[in-house]
Write a protein that binds this ligand. Structure first.
Ligand code: SF4
Length: 57
């Protein structure tokens, strides 16, 4: 099974960030509705199993 690390929506927390932790990242998905674009962000980990929104570049 693949993991969040291989997904286009996965962004690792940078090492210089205050909340850096090995393997920690955010899942950021771009959405669009009548009012325009917005982003949904939630914390995840690079070894979390991929979800059904998984996407490769
Ligand atoms: S939670 Fe799903 S959409 Fe988000 S990074 Fe992981 S696999 Fe990708």
């Amino acid at each position: 099974m693949t993991t969040c690390k291989n997904c286009s929506f996965y962004f690792a927390v940078p090492e210089n960030a205050g909340d850096f932790e090995a393997g920690k990242g955010d899942c950021v998905i771009e959405k669009e509705d009548a009012k325009g674009k917005y982003w949904l962000s939630k914390p995840t980990r690079n070894d979390s199993p991929s979800c059904k929104a998984f996407k490769t570049a």
